[in-house]
Design a binder for this molecule. Structure first.
Ligand code: NAD
Ligand code: UDP
Length: 314
């Protein structure tokens, strides 16, 4: 059944992760509708797919209802970088919450399977390490990251309630820091910032002392995990962590980027933003067991592919 050609909607499909997902779904022989309002996404991310007759691009805002006859929906529409999601926080929370309602309503109407791109941010500044799916998190509901964190938490609640109340076939994945080609060079995230700064021999901006940690996942591993999750049996819904458990301090990341770019950049320490999580690392036992999945691209290899991409953005 799963190998049949499907009609698949990807909201946020012109963004960094969405564009890789659209590409992979087409490669797997499916028909793809990419829906995006181009807030942080860009046509250049999917321009190479436009000649494919099985690819359709729709400019649409997920906060408005959307109708299409589809078999599966991947709901990715939402700005993901702190700089972008804090630019218009009210719009960010509307995108997560109203977007989830609209996409779930569509799934209900056309009886589609739907996967939510949730986030490790639902764990907030975690007091349990590494983070397992059973952990409820430590989230500030009134801080500058809340529009994103609480929006994504509310979206998870909506997914669960549509599942319990209307028996919608849902899947929830919690994505940990993901990087790779087609990240927006100015989106302010740490991997894109450090590589762009290093390539231009500008100061590398570390917020705080650089001892906070993150675990970086290459985008191809994430896409593989999302596709495997969508294909699991209906009763398996998650939430499920998808990330690479190799943990680095931000200072280690800066040093690695300088090494791999051969840059003359110096490190500059700037103030730590409010509510910046001190540590983050996924427990991926649940994904290994249920998806037979494991990340395969480690930081050095992933960074070299990403550096090659950012060289084309200069
Ligand atoms: P991105 O900003 O590149 O992609 C988001 C896409 O959604 C963009 O194309 C943007 O234009 C679109 N979008 C935003 N608001 C919209 C709206 N109202 N209507 C329609 N489209 C809209 O970010 P990304 O890194 O590709 O993230 C994709 C998804 O994965 C997001 O939901 C994000 O929360 C989630 N996620 C990403 C990461 C990561 O590390 N990259 C981690 C956790 C979760
Ligand atoms: N960071 C940094 N310098 C930058 C951008 C980010 O030191 O130029 C830090 C940021 O404070 C955080 C980590 O890198 O501790 C990851 O930030 P990012 O915005 O990529 O994602 P987050 O995981 O915080 O959502």
């Amino acid at each position: 059944m799963y190998n049949l050609k499907k009609r698949i909607l990807v909201s946020g499909g012109a963004g960094f992760i969405g564009s890789h997902l659209c590409e992979r779904l087409l490669k797997d022989g499916h028909e793809v509708i990419c829906m995006d309002n181009f807030f942080t996404g860009d046509k250049s991310n999917i321009v190479h797919l436009l000649q494919n007759p099985y690819f359709e691009l729709v400019r649409h805002d997920v906060t408005e209802p959307f109708l299409a006859e589809v078999d599966e929906i991947y709901n990715l529409a939402c700005p993901a970088s702190p700089v972008h999601y804090q630019y218009n926080p009210i719009k960010t929370i509307k995108t997560s919450v109203m977007g989830a309602i609209n996409m779930l309503g569509l799934a209900k109407r056309v009886n589609a399977r739907i996967l939510q791109a949730s986030t490790s941010e639902v764990y907030g500044d975690p007091q349990v390490h590494p983070q397992r799916e059973s952990y409820w998190g430590n989230v500030n509901p009134v801080g500058i990251r809340s529009c994103y964190d609480e929006g994504k938490r509310c979206a998870e609640t909506l997914f669960m309630d549509y599942h319990r109340q209307h028996h919608i076939a849902i899947k929830i994945v919690r994505i940990f820091n993901t990087y790779g080609p087609r990240m927006h060079p100015q989106d302010g995230r740490v991997v894109s910032n450090f590589i762009m700064q290093a390539l231009q021999n500008k100061d590398i901006t570390i917020y705080g002392e650089g001892n906070q940690t993150r675990s970086f996942q290459y985008v191809d591993d994430l896409v593989e995990g999302m596709i495997r999750m969508m294909a699991t049996e209906t009763s398996f819904i998650g939430p499920l962590n998808i990330g690479n458990p190799n943990e680095f301090t931000i200072l280690q990341l800066a040093e690695q980027v300088i090494l791999q770019t051969g840059s003359q950049s110096k490190i500059k320490f700037l103030p730590l933003p409010q509510d910046d999580p001190q540590q983050r690392k996924p427990d991926i036992e649940f994904a290994k067991k249920n998806l037979g999945w494991n990340p395969t691209v480690q930081l050095e290899e992933g960074l070299s592919k990403t550096i090659a991409y950012f060289k084309t953005c200069l």
